[in-house]
Design a protein around this ligand. Structure first.
Ligand code: HEC
Length: 160
């Protein structure tokens, strides 16, 4: 009998403990969010930045817009990005991507596409974007080639 009570009690205690920890973690991260927003308070996530961001892409060569590459990028974008992003100024889940190639470097954009988790946590612009949109962008299993094609599509979108 006693052991039965214990058996029932222990998971309940564990659950309470976890809820407690979760609540503390929640408020803890909210307050560390405050300190991050202090660190990024001077960064307007809509403003132009020269940063290359964090990730594998440190040097991306761009030339005149390649229409065939942009077309491939459009197909990938429709499948993997359009649920959260429009190519206008309008926000859905994530920011509208009109003008993104004017406010970000090619490297930053490709790092954001292939390495969003680190960008949101460590890159000053990425942190400011997360603080503004309050949703994490998740990696969409795009290859490096596909992210380059998407970049071309976004460049074409901005050239219109
Ligand atoms: C689940 C929704 C979601 C999906 C899918 C998604 N994103 Fe995002 N994206 C976001 C959110 C939210 C932000 C802003 C917060 C952040 O950066 O984490 C963002 C930010 C961005 C930015 C930075 C915009 C700026 O103003 O600097 C770019 C570029 C971007 N996404 C491109 C893409 C591309 C390309 C894809 C497809 C491969 C994609 N995203 C898929 C939600 C998403």
């Amino acid at each position: 009998m006693k052991t039965n009570i214990l058996k029932n009690l222990i998971p309940a205690l564990v659950l309470t403990g976890m809820t407690f920890l979760y609540a503390c973690g929640g408020s803890g991260s909210a307050s560390s969010g405050d300190s991050t927003s202090t660190a990024t308070a001077d960064i307007d996530p809509a403003a132009k930045s020269d940063s290359k961001g964090l990730g594998r892409f440190t040097s991306v060569q761009i030339g005149p817009i390649d229409p065939a590459m942009a077309e491939k990028g459009q197909v990938v974008f429709a499948a993997k990005c359009a649920a959260c992003h429009k190519t206008t100024d309008q926000k859905i889940v994530g920011p509208g991507l009109k003008g993104v190639t004017e406010r970000r470097t090619p490297e930053w954009i490709m790092n954001q596409i292939t390495n969003p988790a680190e960008m949101e946590q460590k890159d000053p612009v990425g942190k400011a974007l997360l603080a503004k949109h309050l949703t994490q962008m998740t990696f969409q299993n795009v290859t490096d080639d596909e992210s380059r094609q998407i970049l071309e599509y976004l460049r074409k979108n901005d050239s219109k």
